[in-house]
Design a protein around this ligand. Structure first.
Ligand code: GLY
Length: 241
């Protein structure tokens, strides 16, 4: 019912990039650009999902594009909200299409992105709490938000059948064998005694950082192969393109 009426506004083509920004109501600091992989299957096929994997930084979002977006999208958005008496403080999500006519906004969210946040914050060198405080205090211009060099990648392990129909309650094996420098974020899991069970569509976000994007991808996939549960599904081409 909710989708019974559709308004077609414009067809946009091009790569999609997520740029999360810290905002304090007046100043705005873009985080590292990231690329999500929204379709369920390899090759960007299948139904749209919440995101099957992401990496950061995106080489497609060049420093020139960053400046262009700051001047024509990010800061105008911030100023417009302030002008309406609703200054925005927190994390502002810009979903961008890099079209042949330049970057355009696909969506805004007033939250972090999932799974983009996993690789992005893996590379944040500055203490996140200090940045959050600067957001609430209106002092983002006084803090130097620093990032690690290199790259990070998150592979989403999902329940087979997601995002349409899937079963829950399968035991997750192998979590204890994942190396300590790989982070396994629990999204749709439940603890039952000392076991972890699947409890959602997107189950785990397996995230690794490394000196290069390829090394981060390889490290994340090596960890994914150590984890198993019935009907587990993940894309094998995150970051490949
Ligand atoms: N990964 C898309 C979103 O967080 O909305």
């Amino acid at each position: 019912e909710a989708g019974a009426r559709v308004v077609i506004e414009e067809c946009m083509t091009g790569p999609e990039v997520t740029c999360l920004c810290f905002a304090d109501g007046e100043h705005l600091v873009p985080m590292l650009p990231s690329q999500d992989h929204k379709r369920a299957f390899d090759g960007d096929r299948g139904p749209n999902t919440g995101g099957m994997g992401a990496f950061a930084p995106s080489p497609k979002f060049t420093p020139e594009l960053r400046k262009l977006c700051m001047d024509t999208i990010f800061m105008p958005t911030m100023r417009a909200m302030s002008a309406e008496g609703r200054p925005f403080k927190g994390c502002l999500y810009f979903g961008l299409m890099l079209t042949p006519d330049g970057p355009k906004v696909v969506e805004y969210n007033s939250r972090f992105g999932d799974p983009e946040t996993q690789p992005i914050l893996s590379l944040l060198r500055t203490d996140l709490l200090d940045v959050m405080r600067a957001c609430t205090d209106g002092t983002l211009d006084k803090i130097n938000v620093e990032w690690e060099s290199g790259a990070a990648c998150c592979i989403v392990m999902a329940s087979g059948g997601y995002p349409v129909e899937y079963k829950k309650g399968y035991e997750i094996h192998g979590l204890g064998s994942v190396p300590s420098d790989v982070f396994v974020y629990h999204a749709g899991t439940r603890k039952d005694g000392d076991k972890y069970l699947t409890d959602g569509g997107r189950v785990l976000g397996v995230t690794a950082a490394a000196d290069t994007l390829q090394a981060a991808i390889d490290r994340a996939y090596s960890a994914v192969k150590l984890i198993s549960f019935t009907d587990a599904h993940y894309r094998t081409d995150i970051g490949k393109e």
